[in-house]
Ligand binder design. Structure first.
Ligand SMILES: Nc1ncnc2c1ncn2[C@@H]1O[C@H](COP(=O)(O)OP(=O)(O)O)[C@@H](O)[C@H]1O
Ligand SMILES: [Mg+2]
Length: 316
């Protein structure tokens, strides 16, 4: 894989109240071996972005449009069968939000990991189980986990199992949707180390979804800050963490506690808008301390001199 290029991606849902504009024309790139984190409060469209890339969609989708190109090949136009055979799980895979709590309670772990190889790849059972044992080793779980059931594992171990499931087909890109949010701090740190190791060994690219900006900046090359269905700032993790440009990014950073800083935490006032009827102009305007008249018009994405992208009338 060379790169994934996403352009004006939209995912709208149909509801009784009207159209939910969950992902509203976002654009970003992901290179080989790169980690991009998508960061933002709950309800801003992070999981929907992941579902759009995997083309795993609920029945009430109203519109999926834009462009998703993997090494130049358009994935949104591809028919479902080709996408299933060539792309989903094989080139782009995903660890779903809460997946560790969705393991099958009556099937041994080894068999669960091996199953797609038998069902979709036509591998025989012993061969598939061998592959499962190998990938369990890669995620640093002991061999006897093969024979266990999910209730016999800790949260951290279950999370490793779902990561094993996501990488068994040797994908280029793994989307991780809030993989650490249910884990305590130590287990979370171990998992982050495992992700780094796997990335290094396999040349993986990650799309890491989280609401925790400091966690994101630890693993990522670049960050994309998402607000109300839009990406409002994209840049290197270092640039964004040191010097956030968008007022929302700024508030996100100052709302995260750090070990060393003395500063008091800021609460972000208000809540993200209803995506059926988002504000007409800048979607952050109702909560923005710098809002001015021009913010009634929707800002466009501007490229800054340092290569960063920001969608805000304070710039440009
Ligand atoms: N199937 C669906 N039908 C209607 N609305 C949905 C559906 N799935 C998600 N949404 C709405 O889309 C918005 C974005 O949700 P989501 O992508 O889950 O955000 P995040 O992962 O950032 O919390 C939310 O307002 C959510 O309620
Ligand atoms: Mg989510």
């Amino acid at each position: 894989m060379k790169e994934l290029v996403v352009n004006s991606l939209k995912l709208y849902y149909r509801t009784r109240r009207g159209t939910v504009r969950a992902v509203d024309e976002i654009s970003f790139k992901l290179g080989r071996g790169e980690t991009l984190s998508i960061v933002g409060e709950s309800g801003c469209g992070k999981s929907s972005t992941a579902y759009a890339l995997m083309r795993i969609l609920p029945r009430n989708v109203k519109e999926l449009s834009g462009s998703v190109k993997l090494d130049g090949e358009e994935l949104l136009d591809m028919d479902e069968e080709t996408f299933r055979k060539k792309i989903r799980w094989k080139r782009i895979s995903m660890v779903f939000q809460g997946a560790m709590n969705a393991l099958n309670p009556v099937m041994k772990i080894g068999y669960q990991i091996a199953e797609p190889l038998m069902v979709h790849e036509g591998m025989d059972k012993s061969e598939a189980l061998k592959a499962a044992a190998k990938v369990l080793k890669d995620v640093l779980l002991p061999e006897d986990v093969m024979e266990k059931y999910q209730h016999q594992l800790s949260g951290g171990m279950k999370q490793r199992v779902v990561i094993a499931m996501a990488i068994i087909m040797n994908p280029d890109i793994v989307i991780l949707d809030e993989p650490t949010s249910a884990l305590d701090v130590i287990v979370q740190a171990n998992l982050m180390n495992l992700l780094k190791k796997l990335k290094w060994e396999r040349g993986l690219s990650y799309i890491f979804i989280t609401h925790d900006l400091s966690l994101a900046s630890e693993l990522s090359d670049r960050l994309a800050v998402m607000y109300a269905g839009k990406m409002v700032e994209i840049g290197t993790a270092e640039d964004i963490y040191k010097d956030p440009l968008h007022p929302y990014t700024n508030l996100l950073i100052s709302s995260v506690p750090t070990l060393r800083s003395e500063k008091t935490l800021k609460h972000i006032p208000g809540s993200p808008p209803d995506l059926v009827n988002p504000p007409q102009g800048c979607r952050f305007m109702p909560r923005c301390p710098y809002a001015k008249k021009v913010c009634n018009e929707a800002p466009t994405m501007i490229r800054m001199e340092d290569g960063r992208y920001v969608m805000c009338h304070l710039y440009g």
